[in-house]
Write a protein that binds this ligand. Structure first.
Ligand code: F6P
Length: 469
């Protein structure tokens, strides 16, 4: 006789996101290596610790993850969904990263794109399937009245789908990106725009990193669906901050000290540093950052030999041709600047493209100026982290289009991210800021940046969801 499998444990708190807290890679000998990721959500969720019957539902992203699912290997509290590879690719690369990311970050070169054709419709069907797989998994695993926190633009339809399957649940959605202004959002076909909004309005609370993005969402709902559409959903704003305790401890471990020494050697004695650390993401505006630095060296030759731009640009979304081309352009431009201005004892741009968290922290410690110039960004945690770690206090050159600007704007040097000469001028001001002023501003930036650490950020959302706030 075959007995029925035991019922899956019913979770009280569930998190859903495309990328999970752990990933697996296949070794040559066929074994699996697990690697835990970091980030706000991972440390936020740790706040509920042992209390929790918590479950994190995520997608299997690569061959290692898929193999782990097939072998039944997994971490407690994590459920990976083995969604068919082509469906995942169409949903993630096709819709989430090539359409929704572009809309919310306003990245299209509009004379030629976007084009919403049959191919788009085919990919959209995959996006629906992918969202349905998450909604079904959450519905299957949630206890009565459980709290479900769904993350990001990958899963914009899941709240509405889950609401239909399980009306008893408390559903929250969090957008870690900006939200597009109404006119830009309306580039999407009308039925798709409506479906996206209704998907998110399936949540009890729909949350954003800043008031600006929340207002943009509200404006889209009001304009496209009417003011009544918002009556069943509360809008929340939770400005995720840097994790000061973690950063301060981690930034002084031996591996960071080691990298600090290596960087100091590369920079050379007595030179100032301009630091940036990003994924090589189209929205991060790394190319215009390099153009601004080149303009600084060209227009103010007194900086030659006296400053080094430390630029860490870690690979991201390399399945997409446009990201590969962008990565190549960043490297080409850095090399060109070094070839034009470099001397035997001075490399103007130190560019690293291999992800190394310890080296990033070492660069944070060395920063005299930080350059954070995104075209548009949900928050930008680097802007918040550098002032916490920099040893001499750093001047922050910050795009007014970064979410972090809402909290840090007063003590930062604000820039229009498209204005390369303006950015060069701000870099000059940052480098010449008197020590006392720089250190005072940096202290205030660090206080503002750490006002809402990840654990509190997560608990606030959970409480508001449970209490109807
Ligand atoms: O930074 C915004 C964000 O939406 C994060 O919430 C999310 O983890 C990331 O972008 C997605 O990036 P990736 O495509 O590398 O998973």
């Amino acid at each position: 006789m075959v007995s029925a499998p035991p019922p899956p444990p019913a979770a009280q708190v569930l998190v859903a996101s495309n990328r999970g807290p752990v990933s697996y890679s296949l070794r040559d000998d066929g074994g699996l290596d697990a690697r835990r990721g970091g980030g706000g959500l991972v440390s936020g969720l740790s706040a509920i610790g042992a209390e929790a019957d918590a479950l994190w539902v995520c997608a299997a992203l690569g061959d290692g993850d898929r193999e782990a699912v097939r072998r039944g290997v997994g971490e407690p509290g994590v459920r990976m969904l083995d969604i068919e590879e082509s469906v995942h690719s169409d949903a993630y690369n096709g819709i989430a990263n090539s359409v929704l990311w572009f809309v919310h970050h306003m990245l299209y070169q509009t004379p030629l794109e976007p084009v919403f054709d049959e191919e788009f419709r085919r990919q959209w069907a995959a996006y629906e399937t992918y969202n349905r797989a998450f909604a079904q998994a959450l519905a299957d695993q949630a206890a009565d009245g459980a709290a479900v926190l769904i993350q990001d633009y990958h899963l914009a339809l899941a709240p509405g789908m889950l609401r239909e399957l399980r009306p008893d649940l408390r559903i929250g959605h969090f957008s870690h990106t900006p939200w597009a202004p109404v006119d830009y959002f309306r580039m999407l076909p009308d039925d798709i725009a409506e479906q996206l909004l209704r998907g998110l309005l399936g949540a009890d609370r729909t949350c954003f990193l800043t008031r600006r993005w929340a207002d943009a969402f509200t404006a889209c709902c009001t304009e496209l669906l009417g003011a009544d559409s918002l009556s069943g959903t509360r809008i929340g704003v939770h400005g995720l901050g840097a994790d000061a305790d973690f950063l301060r401890e981690r930034a002084h471990r031996p591996d960071v000290d080691e990298r600090l020494e290596a960087l100091r050697e590369q920079i050379g004695p007595g030179r100032k540093t301009i630091v940036r650390v990003d994924r090589t993401e189209l929205s991060k505006n790394i190319v215009r950052g390099l153009l601004a630095y080149r303009h600084l060296l060209e227009s103010r030759p007194e900086w030659r030999e006296r400053v080094v731009h430390i630029a860490f640009a870690y690979p991201s979304r390399q399945d997409l041709a446009v990201y590969r081309a962008y990565t190549a352009e960043v490297q080409r431009l850095a090399e060109e600047i070094n070839a034009t201005y470099g001397t035997a004892g001075w490399t103007p741009v130190v560019l690293h493209v291999k992800d190394d968290f310890a080296r990033s922290l070492a660069a944070y410690r060395l920063a005299d100026a930080a350059l954070v110039n995104p075209i548009r960004d949900g928050m930008n945690l680097v802007a918040k982290e550098i002032p916490v770690i920099s040893e001499r206090g750093c001047a922050l050159v910050l795009s007014r289009e970064a979410g972090a600007y809402e909290e840090l704007g007063e003590d930062a040097l604000a820039i229009n991210p498209y204005d390369v000469t303006g950015t060069a001028q701000a870099l000059h001001e940052a480098l010449t800021m008197p020590d006392g002023e720089r250190s005072e501003r940096s202290k205030r930036l660090a206080v503002a940046a750490t006002a809402l650490p990840p654990q509190q950020w997560f608990l606030d959302q959970l409480r508001a969801l449970r209490e109807g706030g």
